[in-house]
Design a protein around this ligand. Structure first.
Ligand SMILES: [Zn+2]
Length: 447
């Protein structure tokens, strides 16, 4: 992703060994403790494979020529992750592989390079798909936009610290981030110190994703194609995601007979049956969302109808590897529409809309004033129809943008809305709306 829910309180962790925990969670299909753990602690999975659980994880293979690391973790966790690694092994990091260019995977690379310099090692060779540098260049082009949306996305959960992605830094891509030295197109094999690692390109959360198969270890490294929450295939504030291609990568992984799966977020998985259960479940929900959405698109339905009609089975959403705590199915439906259709939602009025404020003023006039819109929004909110309540309070705020009573009501409605939602993405956006109104109420009080 750029990632997942809040940093977990390490006190709630009762099972230290992540593999033992994942076996239990998968076998019982229920989680009694956190599965996404940001502890920066290293777990030795086998003699020569270790995972440091962070945001994102660093996954390390020992070879005769030094270490191969998948991902560098984020800027704020890079140092802690390296410290944990060094308690286990002091060897040089020979190669650093980016599973994709999200900053929670590449942002810690500066700390890795600094560690190499401190120890007198050469810099690791950095590998990634050919789209990784395109992504990093795009981030530079849209620096402020990305800083803003990440603040909104992660600000709903941990307003002060977010995930280390909400820093006040002016640079979205941290200074010192190592760009790939070697890029590949469809697949490549990296051989280091007797270990062969097969890179495969697979679109999914991003267009620059690498997953890896290590035949001698019967091990898959999945990056964010497995994240132990509902797949991040719908993010409302980010570029196109690829749900069907994502599922195809998972199906391809399933053909390898893997005995160990190492994701970039969440728990490692041991045993082919468990691995294929989880991969198959994620693939199935994505394939079904695409099929159901396309079926309605083919019938000529409007986007709004499709969003309300296409659902994922409730039992699936309760599985610990599919809970909508980060992204959610409704957003994936919109991404599918955008991918196969276009930006227009098939509502003729929205093709070339009137200015939002003019529409809001007209509605306020029709209903007998902004107060009527506010009153009705409050009634709807109190009876639980928060979707409708939000429409009305937005019209009220558009029609009376400086009115502190309106913004007081708006803040309260979005507070309710935020707490009624499960996904970090919804919570973040509603919390941002709440803060926006709070600031207006506050600024008027200060005068
Ligand atoms: Zn991630």
């Amino acid at each position: 992703m750029s990632l997942h829910p809040k940093p977990r309180n390490s006190e709630s962790i009762r099972t230290e060994d992540p593999v033992e925990l994942s076996s239990k969670v998968i076998d019982e299909a229920i989680a009694h403790e956190p599965t996404n753990r940001v502890t920066n602690q290293l777990s030795v999975i086998t003699d020569d494979i270790a995972v440091i659980e962070s945001f994102s994880h660093m996954i390390v293979f020992q070879t005769d020529d030094g270490l191969v690391s998948f991902d560098a973790s984020g800027e704020s966790s890079g140092l802690a992750v390296i410290d944990s690694l060094r308690e286990w092994r002091k060897d040089q990091i020979h190669s650093l592989v980016y599973t994709h260019g999200h900053l929670d995977h590449v942002g810690g690379s500066g700390a890795i390079v600094a560690d190499a310099e401190k120890r007198g090692y050469r810099h690791p060779t950095v590998f990634g798909h050919e789209n990784v540098p395109h992504r990093l260049r795009r981030y530079q082009q849209t620096n402020n936009w990305n800083t803003l949306i990440n603040r909104r996305q992660f600000g709903g959960v941990s307003p002060k610290h977010g995930m280390g992605l909400t820093s006040n830094s002016q640079l979205f891509v941290p200074e010192g981030t190592a760009w790939p030295d070697v890029v590949y197109q469809d697949e490549m094999t990296l051989s280091v110190g007797g270990l062969d690692i097969e890179f495969k390109h697979g679109k999914g959360e991003t267009d620059d994703h690498t997953w890896a198969w290590i035949p001698s270890k019967k091990t898959l490294v999945t990056g964010d194609l497995v994240i132990w929450v509902f797949p991040n295939a719908g993010n409302p504030q980010k570029v196109q995601r690829y749900p069907l291609e994502w599922a195809a990568s998972l199906r391809q992984m399933m053909t390898h007979g893997a005995e160990l799966l190492l994701p970039a977020h969440g728990l490692p998985i041991s045993g082919n049956k468990r691995i294929n259960r989880v991969l198959g479940d994620i693939a199935e929900v994505l394939e079904k969302l695409v099929a159901d959405t396309l079926e309605l698109m083919n019938r000529g339905e409007q986007l709004n109808n499709i969003v309300h009609e296409v659902k994922v089975d409730k039992e699936m959403l309760e599985l610990p590897w599919l809970q909508p705590l980060y992204d959610e199915p409704e957003f994936v439906v919109r991404n599918i529409w955008r991918m196969y259709g276009g930006w227009w939602d098939a509502d003729p009025a929205s093709l070339k809309p009137s200015p939002q404020r003019v529409l809001a003023e007209e509605l306020a006039f029709l209903t007998g004033g902004v107060e009527k819109l506010v009153e009705r929004a409050q009634v709807l909110a109190s009876t639980g129809d928060l979707r409708l309540a939000c429409h009305l309070i937005e019209f009220a705020a558009e029609a009376a943008p400086d009115d502190k009573t309106v913004h007081g009501a708006r803040s309260e409605i979005y507070r309710l809305r935020r707490s009624s939602e499960s996904s970090l993405m919804s919570k973040g956006i509603y919390a941002a709306a709440m803060r926006e109104s709070d600031e207006i109420v506050q600024s008027e009080q200060d005068q």
